[in-house]
Design a protein around this ligand. Structure first.
Ligand SMILES: [Zn+2]
Ligand SMILES: [Zn+2]
Ligand SMILES: [Zn+2]
Ligand SMILES: [Zn+2]
Ligand SMILES: [Zn+2]
Length: 282
């Protein structure tokens, strides 16, 4: 006899009153995890229960069906981004080409077939450093996940299993999305109070972005505009957005808005989406 109990994919809790099932990847989640990873979700019931009586949902604790439209590196908006198999970022073909550079050192002179394979494999990675990890590390080595203790094939020598990697990426995205609402709110206030103009923001942003670009070896441009950044609610820990955040923080500081420490309750309360601390990611 097999005893099977429902378990939340994210926190492994088994004794929940209610579970939800993602219609895309079929993973189960408890309500707490669903709320924490999808703070803006619509809470009314949209979909029918499945045959086990579990409510089905389009929301997922690992954002499995999230559509990525901004390149991690350059911030360009595209509909055909690829996900890096190693670091899970989404990248455009232009950034891929630049960050992959020459593959000569991995090629075998004269072996056309092998070289084609190398080229093809490289398209699954955002940059040469990520591809290298696969190329030189890619074995079938078993490892115990540092985080959850599961035994898994550690293709990339991460030490954490795929599930834990995806989970920590989602948690990070939620955190950055939440923090971004604070920067968006503060700069909107300055605009409304006429303490800054859009032109001034643009000018200062360009000044600070230059510094950000110089300090990031993977980028040579940031195509994001203030209009796109201010409306965005889901780009999370994407580098291009984080670079833009940093510029806005500096502009706020220049205008005398000193934000409290990011980990403090005082900071979290500045967000328009703050609700009794429930937006905290555990
Ligand atoms: Zn859970
Ligand atoms: Zn899912
Ligand atoms: Zn790009
Ligand atoms: Zn990568
Ligand atoms: Zn794990």
């Amino acid at each position: 006899m097999t005893i099977y109990s429902f378990k939340c994919h994210r926190c492994n809790t088994v004794n929940c009153n209610k579970f939800y099932r993602c219609v895309h990847c079929r993973n189960l989640s408890c309500k707490k995890c669903l709320d924490e990873t999808n703070p803006n979700r619509l809470k009314y019931k949209v979909m029918k229960n499945d045959k086990h009586g579990i409510e089905q949902t389009i929301y997922c604790t690992k954002h499995c069906s999230k559509i990525h439209t901004f390149c991690n590196d350059c911030g360009g908006e595209y509909s055909n981004l690829r996900e890096c198999s190693n670091c899970l970022v989404h990248y455009c073909s232009e950034c891929h080409e630049r960050n992959m550079g020459s593959l000569e050192e991995m090629m075998m002179p004269g072996d056309r077939e092998f070289n084609l394979q190398v080229k093809e494999m490289s398209t699954f990675y955002c940059s040469k450093s990520c591809f290298r990890v696969h190329y030189f590390n890619g074995g079938e080595e078993l490892n115990v996940c540092h985080n959850c203790g599961e035994i898994f094939v550690d293709l990339y020598g991460h030490g954490d299993c795929r599930k834990c990697l995806e989970q920590s990426k989602t948690d990070l995205d939620v955190k950055y999305n939440f923090n971004r609402t604070i920067y968006q709110n503060e700069i909107t206030k300055l605009l409304e109070e006429e303490k800054i103009t859009l032109e001034e923001i643009e000018e200062l942003k360009n000044k600070y972005m230059k510094f950000e670009i110089e300090n990031n070896e993977f980028v040579d441009d940031n195509k994001l505009t203030f209009k796109k950044w201010i409306k965005n609610i889901s780009s999370g820990s994407s580098s291009s957005f984080m670079m833009f955040d940093k510029c806005i923080i500096k502009i706020l500081e220049e205008k005398g808005v000193k934000l409290p420490d990011k980990e403090s309750q005082k900071f979290k309360k500045l967000s328009p989406s703050f609700e009794n601390g429930t937006n905290e990611v555990c």
